[in-house]
Design a protein around this ligand. Structure first.
Ligand SMILES: [Zn+2]
Length: 70
């Protein structure tokens, strides 16, 4: 079990590779360095959701559940 809630959340997210892949696509950087996954407000890239999705991807890759290009 993960030692902190953030990692635990990423581990849960890693169970659904489709969602992780979708988040990584949606939360991609604009040319100006903002995240394009947010309507109505701006967040710097990488935003918290992107970082969580990347952590989930890293976890899933480690456990062999998910293989996506970096
Ligand atoms: Zn975002």
């Amino acid at each position: 079990m993960a030692e902190d809630p953030y990692t635990a959340c990423a581990e849960q997210l890693a169970r659904t590779p489709e969602l992780v892949g979708r988040l990584l696509v949606d939360h991609s950087p604009t040319e100006d360095g903002w995240c394009r996954g947010h309507d109505g407000h701006q967040e710097r890239f990488p935003c918290s959701i992107r970082r969580l999705a990347e952590l989930a991807r890293a976890h899933a890759t480690t456990t062999g559940r998910l293989r996506t290009p970096a």
